[in-house]
Design a protein around this ligand. Structure first.
Ligand SMILES: Nc1nc2c(ncn2[C@@H]2O[C@H](COP(=O)(O)OP(=O)(O)OP(=O)(O)O)[C@@H](O)[C@H]2O)c(=O)[nH]1
Ligand SMILES: [Mg+2]
Length: 317
């Protein structure tokens, strides 16, 4: 994975021609957008959790096969924002609607069409007007065949979709049909990225995300939402990757929760993140975690930027 992660995306590396273009994965929080991206790429590029609003940034993932190249943009879930951070997240998601060739809108088949799905549908069919929209009913591994059909028909009725399909991002069932559908819609042209590129994320960002995922898994209520992670330094020393990272929270009480009784929580977060980093990167990792308070950072523009929540540049097109 690390071989491709750092690849520069200069024109010189690009070779190949066929169906190619940009596809945005959108929908309300928790429908399985990031799970689908990872399933398509066969790599953990985006973090996933059972809690809504896990993804906060646009995550680029490149799928290349002998049939073509699809540049996916995984996005934060579309919701009614309450904080500046949430405004940023929704902005990022909506921003992709105007820069892609095809929009894939997901719903969770176990839940039917919720109020938040309606918000996402409304934004997609207004802002993404004139672009093909493929509807996806996800999580069919949890559905009976008749429920799958009912959900697919319900989604079909919500707007002028180019096509609606049902799949399971978790088991992979139906994912190839989605890929074939997208390849049949995308224009023919040169590839945008080298065929061995999977993502453009800097290593620091990906490591910070893995740590944040563990915080989402192990902490509750406001704590995961009030947390940001910044990787300050990565050094390789005697075959060990030494990572210095800071976990930012909004209040001293949250700092206490993240550290936990006798440091137990921080240890649990650190161990889970370290194990995963070692597994994916194939190198021994020493993870040094610090916890700091940055008062109300989710509400402050400057603090958001400091913590890495800046508008991504437009994808080249
Ligand atoms: N059973 C089942 N669970 C799934 C499937 N796809 C995703 N999930 C679960 O749904 C939850 C949310 O998945 P994510 O991929 O984080 O969802 P998301 O849409 O990226 O969520 P946000 O980043 O919060 O917008 C996780 O617990 C996943 O394991 C699926 O096909 N089947
Ligand atoms: Mg996500």
């Amino acid at each position: 994975m690390e071989n491709t992660r750092d690849k520069t995306l200069g024109g010189a590396l690009i070779s190949g021609q066929g169906p190619s273009g940009f596809v945005s994965l959108v929908g309300r929080p928790n429908v399985g957008k990031s799970t689908l991206l990872n399933s398509i790429l066969g790599e953990k590029v985006a973090i996933v959790s059972h809690k809504p609003q896990t993804t906060r940034n646009r995550i680029l993932g490149v799928y290349t096969s002998n049939k073509g190249q699809i540049v996916f943009l995984d996005t934060p879930g579309i919701h009614q924002p309450l904080h500046k951070l949430n405004e940023y997240m929704v902005d990022v998601a909506l921003g992709t609607l105007k820069e892609v060739d095809v929009i894939v809108l997901l719903i969770d088949g176990t839940r039917g069409i919720t109020q938040e799905d309606r918000l996402a549908l409304d934004r997609v069919f207004s802002l993404g007007r004139d672009r093909p929209v493929v509807g996806v009913v996800n999580k069919i591994d949890l559905l009976k065949p008749e429920e799958k059909e009912r959900r697919t028909n319900e989604l079909q009725d919500q707007g002028p979709f180019t096509r609606v399909l049902a799949l399971s991002a978790l088991t992979g069932e139906g994912v190839n049909t989605l890929l074939d559908t997208l390849l049949s819609i995308l224009p023919i042209g040169p590839y945008f990225y080298s065929p061995d590129t999977i993502t453009d994320q800097p290593e620091e960002f990906w490591i910070a995300e893995i740590i944040r995922e563990k915080i989402f898994l192990f902490t509750r209520q406001e704590v995961p939402y009030s947390t940001a992670v910044v990787v300050e330094e990565i050094k390789e020393k005697d075959g060990i990757l030494v990572v210095e990272a800071t976990i930012y929270v909004e209040r001293p009480s949250q700092k206490g929760i993240v550290i936990g009784h006798k440091g137990q929580m921080l240890k649990k977060i650190g161990e889970a993140a370290r194990e995963e980093l070692e597994r994916f990167m194939g190198i021994k990792v020493y993870l040094n975690l610090w916890v700091k308070v940055k008062e109300k950072w989710r509400k402050k523009e400057g603090a958001l930027r400091e913590l890495g929540y800046r508008r991504p540049p437009r994808v080249s097109h």
